[in-house]
Write a protein that binds this ligand. Structure first.
Ligand code: GLP
Length: 240
């Protein structure tokens, strides 16, 4: 793992956006996997800036997202579809037909299989942006997840429900399951950049970087990948 420690969340986002720019310049038709959550929002603002400055062209990329809640419409303002539209896709020239999400509605077992097939059909993912949960989850791979996991429906843990329910009008609206790429799916991405900021992430970052590779900290499986860059601010990186 390559570790980049920076002073603030803003710098972290600029570094992540720079790495993204390098990727697209090297391979304009890259297959990109995006994350949701608060961690990448500023990175997406940086990407939009670069697009507006003419430094980035998204017209040839194909996108995938890591995860989506099960059982809420894609138009729901808490869905990850809605999040990606509002925070990135509506502001850049990515082609609508090139945007892919796991589908959390309908037959989720079938949808999960289909998602894996679509990724394979595109030749796999080139570049993945990841956040990390306070319990070490990546995407929605909660503690207990293993390296052989593929896209599937997952139960959310109480800690994830607590962290994410603030985004829902009524906390009881928060789904208890999600459809998520598995650790195995994520590790097949050619390049992975994980970003984290703030003290609440410090323990998870320590366990991911220094701890044993273990399902207790799903992000620790990233130690097994040969091209992972972890970008942290001082607070998230204070134990490493
Ligand atoms: C969510 C998402 C993850 C994200 C994580 C951290 O539950 N499924 O992809 O990385 O939690 O979120 P945040 O960046 O808001 O701290």
């Amino acid at each position: 793992m390559k570790i980049i420690k920076v002073d603030t969340h803003k710098t972290l986002s600029q570094v992540c956006a720079f790495m993204f720019e390098e990727q697209i310049n090297k391979k304009p038709n890259s297959k990109i996997c995006f994350a949701t959550g608060s961690s990448p929002v500023q990175t997406y603002i940086e990407l939009i800036k670069k697009y507006n400055q003419g430094l980035l062209d998204f017209s040839q990329i194909t996108t995938f997202n890591l995860d989506e809640y099960v059982g809420i419409p894609t138009t729901n303002k808490c869905s990850y579809h809605y999040f990606m539209d509002g925070n990135l896709f509506n502001h850049i020239n990515v082609k609508r037909e090139n945007i892919n999400f796991p589908n959390g509605n309908g037959n989720v077992v079938e949808e999960a299989k289909k998602y894996e097939e679509i990724i394979k059909k595109h030749g796999g993912i080139d570049f993945t942006i990841l956040g990390i949960g306070t319990n070490g989850h990546i995407a929605f791979n909660e503690p207990g997840s293993t390296i052989s996991d593929r896209t599937r429906e997952v139960q959310l843990t109480q800690s994830t429900i607590e962290s994410n329910k603030i985004y829902f009008d009524k906390p009881s609206d928060m789904p208890l399951t999600a459809i998520s790429m598995g650790i195995g799916t994520i590790l097949e991405s050619k390049k992975i950049v994980l970003i984290a900021s703030g003290t609440s992430k410090a323990n998870a970052i320590r366990d991911m970087v220094l701890g044993p590779v273990s399902p207790e900290c799903p992000a620790s499986f990233l130690q097994l990948h040969n091209d992972v860059t972890v970008i942290v601010d001082e607070e998230a990186g204070k134990y490493i």
